[in-house]
Ligand binder design. Structure first.
Ligand SMILES: Nc1ncnc2c1ncn2[C@@H]1O[C@H](COP(=O)(O)OP(=O)(O)OP(=O)(O)O)[C@@H](O)[C@H]1O
Ligand SMILES: [Mg+2]
Length: 232
């Protein structure tokens, strides 16, 4: 099986090496848990290997993404210049245009440039564009099919459901995705500091770890402490 590294060593360890190529992985987490950072780190890991990548943001401008990456020491500019990285910013305000670009332009890019890695950050805003559950399901399913057709390995980040930190906002993504990685904040009873923890809730065809591991966002990106144990 061809494995893609996540760019986070401790997470690769939890996954027995990485994510199977062609998988769609959902990153679920409450605000500020590091979903965008995990996604950016995954894309940067691909760029360093010479892979063609797309980072599609529904929240941040291209400029801000470049700025954020540079704060972690990741220089995206040369990759944008030589077209190894396509940064796409879509507006959640212009629903029609956004849907069209996701559903038509993205597959065109898959076809023309042999895209290996894709991050959609967050997919929640795409899901929100459909009021009817059946349509949302169908559109998300179609999008996933397109990625599978072209063998793209994708991250889709998602907000969690207000009542359930293990479920995406609409409870749909985790069924469509091949993998689900859940990010959570844990507040110890002694009220000292919040700990962020990661777990692999699902990864098809991988004998992954079931452990809950702490991680930190450092100035060099995310570090998962795969050797540490959490008791809480
Ligand atoms: N340079 C940095 N060094 C250390 N920690 C950082 C740095 N930049 C960001 N962080 C931490 O990362 C958090 C934001 O991470 P990120 O944007 O990836 O989260 P997110 O889950 O995508 O959030 P949102 O739900 O708002 O999209 C910040 O709240 C901060 O704690
Ligand atoms: Mg984010």
């Amino acid at each position: 099986m061809d494995l893609m590294n996540t760019g986070v060593d401790g997470l690769d360890e939890m996954l027995e090496g990485g994510i199977p190529a062609g998988h769609i992985t959902a990153f679920l987490g409450s605000p500020g848990t590091g979903k965008s950072t995990f996604a950016l780190q995954f894309i940067y890991a691909g760029l360093k290997k010479g892979e063609n990548c797309i980072y599609l943001s529904l929240e941040e401008s291209e400029e801000n993404i470049v700025k954020t990456a540079s704060m972690f020491g990741w220089d995206l500019k040369p990759y944008i210049t030589n077209q190894k990285l396509v940064l796409i910013r879509l507006s959640a305000m212009n629903i029609k245009v956004t849907v069209g670009r996701v559903e038509n332009d993205l597959p065109k890019l898959f076809r023309s440039s042999g895209v290996k890695r894709l991050a959609i950050d967050p997919i929640t805003l795409f899901e929100m564009m459909y009021d009817a559950e059946s349509e949302r399901r169908e559109r998300l399913f179609d999008l996933a099919e397109k990625m599978r057709e072209y063998g793209v390995t994708a991250y889709m980040t998602s907000e969690t459901n207000n009542n359930n930190s293990f479920s995406s906002k609409y409870g749909l993504l985790e069924y469509i995705a091949d993998g689900v990685i859940t990010l959570r904040q844990i507040r110890p009873s002694d009220l000292r500091a919040v700990t962020t923890v990661v777990e692999v809730s699902k990864m098809r065809r991988v004998d992954h770890s079931r452990d809950i591991k702490p991680y930190v966002i450092t100035k060099n990106g995310i570090v998962v402490h795969s050797e540490a144990e959490i008791f809480s």
